[in-house]
Design a protein around this ligand. Structure first.
Ligand code: HEC
Length: 323
């Protein structure tokens, strides 16, 4: 739900970060001196880089993102760039169906890599249709007409969520400049049909579909997408609080105890919680936050019971409704 908006946010962030890198390289070249650049987009800080006069860029200070500075907003590890890439993986892994753009004759030498008897079964157009469907699904929403006691608790919980520091990662809204979703996407690589040169792209105006939920605009005219995420990866484990260090599957070389901040819009509808779905309640998953989130978890646990319940009441008011 809301995946088109999520991908657009990630694309705009990638463009900002890559522009910062390009600018630092240019400045270093022109000045003959090392140039440092902070990697910041939409208020989220991804560390810093140092460009050298010979064009080499020191990436050792990059945080929470891959060294290519592409924001990958999908999967718990934050390793998938686009709805398109995710879709091709899912067709393959979950359905045993092979998209031409990754398994077609160009790459495998056969029109029927799946040996299904159906040559070229999933065309780039089929994948585009699946992408368009997902990109235009409306985002999650906030429960309306709550009983008074729940509404008052949720309002107090929303304030507490910020006070405790939860919103430093689960940022309540990220500003989005453009609602025009283009397909294919700009930052995909081989195996996922990507935008090449000035080849034609489809343009989908998400304001007609994905904005069927009320979403505010800020003064600069940007849409405030209520994600409750920074689209950045964080270390979630330390020596005392280590329950989230239990992921056995490595994904694209991201450390086992590092995860993308999940979007909390809709979290009231998506129990169980955590990357393995092994936390039954919101209270349990919050108490399992270690590492970079340890301070916020400790602050939460030091609240009295009524205040903790307010935070839960707030989270439970964020729901997914069918389109
Ligand atoms: C340092 C960044 C950070 C801070 C601070 C933080 N979180 Fe999280 N949160 C995460 C990450 C990363 C995960 C994903 C863990 C996983 O995938 O298993 C997560 C998971 C969650 C989930 C489960 C979502 C789901 O669908 O599984 C909830 C609920 C949540 N956080 C609430 C909170 C609350 C409440 C606070 C404040 C007390 C907080 N978080 C503070 C990064 C953070």
């Amino acid at each position: 739900m809301g995946a088109g908006l999520v991908e657009l946010l990630a694309r705009e962030m990638t463009a900002d970060l890559q522009a910062a890198r390009q600018d630092a390289v240019k400045r270093a070249w022109a000045s003959g001196e090392e140039q440092r650049a902070d990697l910041v987009s939409k208020g989220v800080r991804f560390g810093a880089i140092v460009a050298k006069p010979d064009g080499v860029v020191d990436l050792s200070g990059v945080e929470g993102i891959d060294a290519d500075l592409i924001v990958r907003p999908f999967s718990r590890k934050g390793v998938f760039t686009s709805i398109r890439q995710f879709t091709i993986n899912a067709l393959n892994i979950h359905h045993g169906m092979e998209a031409m753009e990754r398994f077609g004759v160009r790459w495998t030498g056969t029109h029927d890599f799946a040996e299904s008897g159906v040559p070229d079964a999933v065309t780039p157009g089929d994948v585009s249709a699946l992408v368009a469907f997902q990109a235009t699904l409306p985002p999650p929403t906030v429960k309306q007409d709550l009983p008074d006691d729940w509404r008052i608790a949720a309002e107090a919980g929303a304030r507490q969520f910020t006070v405790l520091g939860c919103a430093s990662c689960h940022i309540s809204t990220l500003p989005l400049k453009s609602l025009t979703f283009t397909d294919p996407a700009p930052y995909d690589m081989a195996g996922t049909f990507a935008r090449l040169g000035n080849r034609a792209v489809d343009r989908i105006d998400l304001s007609k579909n994905a904005l069927r939920r009320p979403i505010a605009k800020e003064r600069q005219g940007e849409w405030l997408i209520p994600l409750f995420s920074d689209l950045k990866r964080h270390l979630m484990v330390d020596a005392q609080v280590s329950a989230l260090g239990n992921e056995l599957q490595a994904q694209r070389f991201v450390e086992r105890d590092v995860f993308l901040t999940p979007r909390l819009w809709g979290v009231g509808s998506t129990a169980p919680y955590g990357h393995r779905g092994d936390f039954r309640s919101l209270d349990e998953i919050i108490s399992a936050h270690g590492g970079e989130a340890r301070f916020a978890r400790d602050a939460y646990l030091s609240c009295d019971k009524a205040m903790r319940e307010n935070v839960i009441a707030f989270l439970r008011s964020l729901e997914i409704k069918s389109p």
